[in-house]
Design a protein around this ligand. Structure first.
Ligand code: PLZ
Length: 425
């Protein structure tokens, strides 16, 4: 028995079945672009813990900052005895998120918690209740965010009833709807105005590039049209940048790509190099509308997570990880486009920056092929490449390497992928 299979047997007896894992190997250590499991096997990392370790695992600056903070104090609760690093992270968020207007931020533990708080703030500030989300959207696993998330299995199945006043509009999905961004926005706005009523909408909540839903990049013009509709109708435009934020798409935030300035932005994942931290940043008058004590939580903006975030953000600046994301994205897109030319079952190569995916279909159709997707994924794992799938139909194969991955690891990973595709497809 391998060390991993020993742990796996213990896991089966100790860990709830509902918590899944992509692979059955157990990690011993990890760095910029690789993981090593407890059996001494090396993996190339195209997952980054689902778009989290953009600065790498155990990035030196993060390790140093965390060590320093752990020795000083581990927790006081910002709502009880505040500390500077929380304020500094908020300053960074206010400066880095799109728009030059006055902003405020609040910190939380997880992406879902940030989205929940964005909805609380939007409802409070507008005095309205309805929240509009989109087909294929993913926003979390808590009760409200399950309601906001589109896909039933595995996220929602059996867990209802879900929170009310959540409405789903059609997304722009160029491969499947063939619409321009303006046309897709008009379709969504028509549904919102006729089925929800413009005067009832507190917020439109949208991922500028959808993550779990399939790395769907809306057609150009879609996001700006929704943002200007929201502005004209007194609704807030909330960008869920939890997966896209902090250099992943080659900008600090994906909204910047089309010059969209959201009213509220949610962040998590990449902000803190692997420590749990999330935030909501937005227009000062909206954020400050909420009464004192209305926002918070025991651990939100924990000092260790804040120290890690400040070190991560500094690393992103120093190493220019926006440029790195664009360069990685260029390499991924080139190689995948060549692969797609040889394999017509790749319907599309898409993404932005170092957030790239291929969508797999049955021959000669646009019918999703989750079976092939799963088989190629498994073949990659067998060959030591850690990859993930996504998509409403489970037929999208996505690549999210750490932004500090070496050219050699990126190249080796792509070679494994090409080989896995050629032997499986
Ligand atoms: N919003 C856009 O991508 C988290 C989910 C993994 P949490 N995505 C990974 C899984 O299967 O649970 C995500 C996201 C977007 C919100 C979230 C939620 O962030 O930190 O997982 O709560």
């Amino acid at each position: 028995m391998s060390a991993s299979s020993d742990i796996h047997a213990r896991r089966t007896a100790a860990v709830a079945r509902g918590v899944g894992s992509t692979i059955t190997s157990y990690v011993e250590r990890a760095s910029g672009g690789t993981l090593r499991d407890v059996d001494g096997r090396e993996w190339i990392d195209f997952a980054a813990g689902i778009a989290v370790t953009s600065v790498g695992n155990s990035a030196p600056a993060v390790v140093e900052a965390v060590k320093r903070q752990v020795e000083l104090f581990t927790h006081t609760c910002f709502m009880v005895a505040p500390y500077e690093s929380y304020v500094s992270v908020c300053e960074q968020l206010n400066g880095l998120t799109p728009g030059t207007h006055e902003k405020r931020s609040a910190l939380f533990n997880s992406g879902a918690e940030a989205v929940e708080n964005a909805v609380k703030i939007a409802r409070y500030a507008t005095g309205r209740q309805a929240v509009v989300v989109f087909d294929h959207g993913y926003h979390g696993r808590t009760n409200l965010t399950m309601a906001l998330t589109a896909k039933s299995m595995p996220y929602k199945h059996g867990f209802g009833p879900f929170a009310p006043e959540v409405y789903r509009a059609p997304m722009s999905y160029p491969l499947r709807d063939g619409l321009t961004g303006e046309q897709a926005a008009a379709r969504a706005i028509d549904e919102i105005t006729t089925q929800v009523g413009a005067a009832n909408v507190a917020a439109i909540v949208i991922e500028p590039v959808q993550g779990e839903g399939g790395f769907v990049v809306p057609a150009p013009g879609f996001l700006p049209a929704l943002a200007s509709w929201a502005r004209a109708n007194g609704a807030l435009f909330v960008a869920d940048e939890i997966q896209t934020g902090f250099c992943r798409t080659g900008d600090w935030f994906a909204s910047e790509h089309e010059g969209v300035v959201p009213d509220l932005v949610t962040v998590a994942k990449g902000i803190a190099g692997g420590l749990p931290l999330a935030g909501v940043t937005g227009r000062a008058e909206l954020m400050d509308a909420v009464h004192v004590g209305g926002l918070g939580g025991t651990y939100g903006g924990n000092p260790i997570a804040c120290a890690a975030a400040l070190a991560s953000i500094q690393t992103m600046r120093e190493l220019d990880l926006n440029a790195a994301a664009r360069r990685i994205g260029g390499v991924l897109t080139d190689r995948l486009t060549k692969l797609a030319a040889a394999h017509p079952r790749i319907a599309e190569v898409r993404g932005r920056g170092a957030m790239v995916a291929i969508e797999l279909v049955k021959p000669g159709t646009l019918d999703p092929d989750p079976v092939l997707t799963g088989a190629v994924n498994k073949a990659c794992h067998a060959a030591g490449l850690l990859t993930l799938t996504c998509g409403t139909w489970g037929n999208v194969f996505r690549f999210l390497p750490p932004l500090v991955i070496s050219d050699a690891d990126l190249d080796r990973g792509l070679s494994i992928l090409e080989e896995a595709f050629t032997t499986t497809a």
